[in-house]
Design a protein around this ligand. Structure first.
Ligand SMILES: C[S@@+](CC[C@H](N)C(=O)[O-])C[C@H]1O[C@@H](n2cnc3c(N)ncnc32)[C@H](O)[C@@H]1O
Length: 209
């Protein structure tokens, strides 16, 4: 019996590629999707909402945490040609699709990578994620803290999470840790949250995180 999830490192389910068209007000491109990778054959409603909500970003280091076949990373790459967009996932089938999709869309600044392949010293101006909520709360929290902890001072993580999968309790938990959190959009049962780095204390000399 297969224990495949969309976050399996090497999905065992047989491949069945399907190409979808992403159409946004400013961009249109094709993406290959596959079984064993989140949102096979369609763009997730939450991802679509995130792509229509994204603010302008500085042309620096950006990361899409849990990139899947690359919808968010490729949109960021095309909209911000001077940025470097890390597209991070544990699912190798997803990374393969993301690399191929980025190349076909002409988003040559997208860098698909397993999480440990992103050099430890890199800090991000912005993080974007439709996070893997199905991992379970503890693993999800660990994942988010790892990446949010790599924001530059003043950096922002923009997350899309379904309300019934815990967006409001996630926002409350991040707030309890000292991260300013804003709900910037709410639609069709999804919330888009902006999570800000914790400002460095003038007394302890620590970096913002
Ligand atoms: C909800 S899906 C979103 C996929 C894609 N961004 C989209 O919007 O279609 C979450 C993704 O997170 C990935 N993921 C799970 N655990 C991860 C981890 N520890 N580090 C990075 N990505 C992870 C999953 O493999 C999955 O592709």
């Amino acid at each position: 019996m297969s224990q495949d999830h969309y976050f399996s490192p090497d999905p065992k389910v047989a491949s069945r590629p399907r190409t979808i068209q992403v159409t946004l007000p400013d961009l249109s491109f094709e993406l290959d999707t596959d079984r064993g990778v989140f949102a096979h054959g369609h763009l997730d409603v939450g991802t679509d909402l995130l792509l229509r909500t994204l603010p302008a970003v500085p042309p620096e280091e950006l990361v899409d945490v849990g990139c899947g076949y690359g919808a968010i990373a490729i949109t960021l790459g095309l909209r911000n040609p001077d940025a470097r967009v890390w597209a991070v996932d544990v699912n190798r089938r997803a990374l393969y699709l993301c690399a191929r999709n980025a190349e076909r869309a002409g988003a040559l600044n997208v860098v698909p990578a397993e999480p440990d392949a992103v050099p430890a010293g890199i800090r991000f101006a912005a993080i974007y994620s439709n996070p893997p909520v199905r991992l379970g709360k503890e693993s999800l929290h660990e994942l988010l803290l790892t990446w949010i902890g790599r924001l530059e001072p003043g950096g922002v993580a923009t997350l899309v999470v379904q309300r019934h999968l815990g967006s409001d309790s996630l926002a409350a938990w991040l707030t309890s840790l000292g991260h300013p959190v804003e709900r910037v959009r709410s639609k069709a049962g999804y919330r888009v949250l902006e999570v800000h780095a914790i400002a460095a204390s003038p007394h302890d000399g620590s970096r913002a995180r």
